[in-house]
Write a protein that binds this ligand. Sequence first.
Ligand code: NCD
Length: 323
Amino acid sequence: MHILSAEQFTRGGLEELFETTEKIRADYQQDRLMVASRYAGRQAIMLFYEPSTRTRVSFEMGAYKLGMGVSSTENAREFSSAAKGETIEDTVQVLCEYEPDLLVVRHNEKGSVSKGAVVSTVPVLNAGDGAGEHPTQALLDAYTIHREHGSIDGRHIVMGGDLKHGRTARSLSKTLALFSNVHITFASIPELQMENDIKQYLDAHGVSWDETDSLDRVAAEGDVFYWTRLQDERFGPKPEDPEEVRQEKQRLLAHITLAFDDLTIDGSIANAMQGDSSILHPLPRRGEIKSEVDGNSRAKYFAQAGNGMWVRMAIIDQSLQSV
Ligand code: NCD
């Protein structure tokens, strides 16, 4: 089964995934060779057209721990045949000829991973498609909230940063809609607020939400603070005149960086949060959570990244069992 959008998740499916994740984690601590024998002789291909550290390496490390072989093209936009004008459909069809068991694909254009999945003979996992979705990140984010707070039901999740271009916040919003009595506050400047399609999705699924441009107002209220960076690679006009694009981007960035300052989580904002709240971030961060927060008991973003590998092992396990 492909994983292309958080819209395909079910609550039961998520609960099963969380259980499998816990089991794989425990099995690995007990007997790593047993875990490594699970998928010996199987192979995964990582096809990444955009930069990645956590997503690619956690998928790779997870696959290795399950005994799989991995082939990676980590800068496919520049170093694969895409640079020669090959379509994603052709690339995927060629890769399938090598008989992998799984394809993990990240692309710079929204919808491209789904195009590749149409022609794939093996499961395709969307590792991020432009400003579209990042469904496996949402799974590890939801797992982290579940693990840290015991349950997602009833939680107040404050999402901050560049919500307009950030695919992780988009996929997480859809995933949170599977739980009861969740309230979401979108904290951003007006230019970077969450897009209407997600707000409509939440309305259609009965999820209450509001928005603010002031972190101060909600600091004491949230259970989870899910922070994101400026996605300036997705800003500005379409690339017709490169110089115009560069200037427009600079102008936008200067304006937005200034306004974005009010959304920074520093030590005093972190201390104004409830003692049992948690601060998450898909990472990389670029100053929107100050490093002085790292030692705060609420800071969970590094543990969240670590969770990503175990969750992705469970995702691989389920994907390979379903074929
Ligand atoms: C995110 C992504 O690529 O969308 N990173 C990640 O996968 N952990 C977030 C980002 O790039 O800001």
